[in-house]
Design a protein around this ligand. Structure first.
Ligand SMILES: NC(=O)c1ccc[n+]([C@@H]2O[C@H](COP(=O)([O-])OP(=O)(O)OC[C@H]3O[C@@H](n4cnc5c(N)ncnc54)[C@H](OP(=O)(O)O)[C@@H]3O)[C@@H](O)[C@H]2O)c1
Length: 335
């Protein structure tokens, strides 16, 4: 890993989201909040922000609206605050139902919320391991649930171009233990991720981000990029609250490293907003670093990698279909 991270140039001033509606998850902190400000600076008309606690959302909304770059806009943006907790399926499905009922058009979805933990924790509702649930499974299900609205929006006004569905991943996916030690063909991926007996603290995060990569690559094969561009990206190392669950010594170490080497949230979020709004059809199914498509590690193209991608897709389809019967048909992914 080079000591200095590559420079991320400012987003082009010509980038204009006027007339569009965007959705950012995890908007009350770090990259999510910084991404919201970029969308607002670039004239987004309606911004849907999701938070775990509505009171946090109202605070962020006030901060965003009070920002000089937002206050001086000619048209005042609409900011809508929604509650979303990715640790439970009930919150994900309730949120998606509300969006379907209340929002007519959706041009951009940036699934940013995520966690970094070294501890074994499970969702009290699903019993799934928490990094797997929050970073992967809930984001995958939410993608399937929001896809129809993204598609209809693009189809109803083709002059605005395709919609975007982007999930924040991490370059650390390449450190997943399942690349060196693949999950046997006969074993369910979800069972492996939920097996406390084989849990490795430092692998929880990269493992969950590997699943994001595999899911987006597969999803892109089922979605027409002329209506919805699906991609994933890494913002690089960014000084945020991501390490909040780690022990004090690790948090101090992390703070030192990110101070020396990390990007600011404002800079890191440029990568997110470019992917989810400006990267174009070439980014469909691809991984973005800075503003460019980054080749994935060669393992992804091996038989083992492709097999894990297909298995993950089937297992995800099953869970989504059990949770919301007809979700795949609505998303245009099944007959
Ligand atoms: N920072 C980096 O160096 C870096 C590098 C690569 C990728 N990323 C990715 O960037 C994304 C944003 O992270 P960040 O660095 O900005 O960290 P952050 O400051 O900790 O922000 C994380 C956001 O996710 C939300 N979140 C956490 N658990 C959630 C849950 N169960 N349901 C809904 N929302 C939840 C948090 O809300 P609460 O405040 O309510 O917890 C917060 O808004 C993550 O996906 C992370 O993996 C970060």
């Amino acid at each position: 890993m080079p000591y200095m991270q590559p420079r991320v140039p400012p987003l082009p001033t010509s980038l204009d989201f006027r007339g569009k509606t965007g959705l950012v998850t995890g908007a009350n902190s770090g990259l999510g909040q910084a991404a919201c400000l970029h969308y607002l600076r670039h004239n987004i008309s309606t911004l849907i922000i999701t938070v775990r606690r509505l009171s946090d959302g109202e605070v962020v909304k006030s901060h965003l609206l009070a920002h000089p770059d937002v206050k001086t806009r000619k048209e005042e943006p609409k900011i809508l605050v929604y509650e979303l907790d990715l640790s439970t399926h009930s919150s994900v499905t309730a949120f998606a139902s509300k969006i379907k009922a209340e929002i007519a058009q959706l041009h951009i979805v940036l699934l940013n919320a995520g966690i970094f933990t070294l501890d074994w924790k499970t969702s009290p509702e699903t019993q799934n391991e928490m990094s797997f649930q929050v970073n992967y499974l809930s984001n995958a299900i939410l993608s399937l649930l929001l896809l129809p609205l993204l598609r209809i929006t693009a189809e109803s006004n083709s002059s605005q171009g395709p919609s975007y569905l982007s999930i924040v991943s991490s370059q650390s996916y390449s450190n997943s233990r399942y690349i060196k030690d693949p999950i046997p063909d006969s074993t369910y991926i979800f069972d492996t991720f939920n097996d406390k007996g084989s849990f490795e603290p430092w692998s929880l995060y990269p493992d969950s981000k590997l699943l994001v990569c595999l899911f987006v690559r597969e999803l892109a094969q089922h979605v027409d990029f002329s209506t919805v561009i699906v991609n994933y990206m890494c913002p690089g190392m960014v000084a945020t609250n991501l390490a909040r669950d780690l022990s004090l010594p690790l948090r101090i170490l992390g703070r030192i490293v990110t101070t020396l080497r990390g990007r600011s949230p404002e800079v890191g979020a440029r990568v997110l907003v470019n992917a989810a709004g400006a990267s174009g059809k070439k980014s469909h199914g691809e991984f973005l670093l800075v503003y460019d498509v980054e080749p994935v590690i060669s393992w992804m193209e091996t038989e083992k990698g492709k097999l894990m991608q297909r298995k993950l897709w089937r297992e995800t389809e099953d869970v989504a279909q059990n949770l919301v019967p007809g979700v795949l048909q609505s998303a245009g992914l099944a007959n």
